[in-house]
Design a protein around this ligand. Structure first.
Ligand code: DHB
Length: 368
């Protein structure tokens, strides 16, 4: 048979529904990658087939099956929430094609199929540095408040384990429903416990609803600091959070204000093409595309699933977020985690990086 001349990438994202900001960011970034690098690599034409799963796992699963069986895609890419990534893992295993998770971030995801490769992050990876910073900076008593599903529970545990090791105390662990969250009663409980700080995880796109209620409840006035993973102060919504977000210290792998020539060029091109600022979901997808291109270059255009997967393991490059590598053992991404503070720069809010923890692996798997 003739080798297939077109490499098809099936992109599944929540383009509508509560996580639509993730879909919007990731799609824009994947398209920008192709615009900048061309739709041909190693002699093969690259075609994106983009589908909206609305954030519902049964839809993600059906779309993945259709992309594999009908469209004969060579790669699956995207997955905006943990349940959506998990729904596709058995399909990737059976089809023997790479499933590139560019967004979802619960630690266990990469263990659900040997064909999953991740270009986003894991919640424990982003959270451990926040716990360490807190313990070293006079915070002794913390309440954790997280969305009640995979990544939130990862963040809650990683924070408590590391903060306790550093001499701190977690006095309450609160979990808020993922769908239609009402933060008010939880924030009242935080206020009543009067901790030094509240540590928060909510997924990308939910930060503005949280911050509005945080400001209304007067926690800052009560002397309770907000600390978080960068999902809360996500670049997609950061300017909507208002001045109550100023000074919030948080940890994550990407800021639109990351100071590197690669990032300056990326942000400029992204904003020119889209009229909005890229966030970490855009970067996960941009690097996901970059990984596919690099793998195809390495295999000299061989788009066989196993060949691509093998080429991806151990791959390293300079991302707009900083240096990265696909861990050849776990297929998670090894990357810098930055400690940042929300500040106003030129009239806009940014997560300004002020410390770097280099080459962080997912701590859950590193401990095994
Ligand atoms: C997940 C989703 C997010 O939007 C995020 O910021 C982190 C994790 C998830 O569902 O895995």
């Amino acid at each position: 048979a003739l080798a297939q001349e077109t490499v098809k990438i099936g992109v599944i994202l929540p383009m509508t529904g509560p996580s639509a900001s993730t879909g919007k960011q990731a799609e824009a970034a994947a398209k920008l990658w192709i615009q900048q690098n061309g739709a041909t690599v190693a002699g093969k034409k690259v075609e994106l087939i983009i589908k909206d799963d609305t954030g519902a796992p049964d839809v993600t699963k059906r779309l993945a099956q259709e992309l594999v069986v009908n469209d004969k895609v060579n790669v699956l890419l995207g997955f905006g929430l943990t349940p959506l990534a998990l729904a596709v893992a058995p399909i990737a295993t059976q089809a023997k094609i790479p499933q590139i998770v560019t967004a979802a971030a619960t630690a266990i995801i990469t263990e659900q199929s040997p064909f999953i490769v991740r270009t986003s992050f894991t919640l424990p990876q982003a959270t451990v540095p926040m716990a360490q910073w807190s313990a070293k900076n006079g915070i002794k008593k913390v309440v954790t408040l997280v969305s009640d599903y995979g990544p939130g529970i990862d963040a809650e545990k990683a924070f408590k384990d590391e903060f306790t090791k550093g001499g701190g105390e977690v006095v309450a662990e609160l979990r808020v429903p993922l769908r239609n969250p009402d933060f008010a009663p939880f924030l009242q409980r935080v206020k009543d416990a009067s901790p030094d700080a509240v540590f928060v995880f909510v997924p990308s796109g939910f930060g503005s609803a949280f911050m509005k209620q945080f400001a209304e409840r007067g926690l800052t006035q009560a002397g309770i600091k907000l600390i978080a993973t960068g999902d809360v102060t996500d670049d997609d919504v950061l300017n909507e959070l208002g001045d109550s977000a100023l000074g919030v210290v948080n940890t994550h792998h990407y800021s639109a204000s990351h100071d590197s020539p690669e990032n300056k060029a990326f942000v400029e091109a992204f904003k020119k093409a889209n009229n909005f600022r890229p966030n970490f979901m855009a970067v996960g997808a941009y690097d996901g595309m970059q990984l596919v291109y690099k793998a195809l270059e390495k295999t000299k255009g061989n788009a066989d699933g196993q060949a691509l997967l093998d080429a991806m393991k151990g791959m390293s490059w300079t991302s707009v977020r900083g240096p990265v590598q696909i861990d050849p053992e776990t297929r998670d991404i090894i990357q810098n985690i930055y400690v940042r503070k929300v500040e106003k720069v030129g009239g806009e809010l940014f997560n300004q990086e002020f410390a770097t923890i280099e080459k962080v692996k997912d701590p859950v798997k590193a401990a095994k």
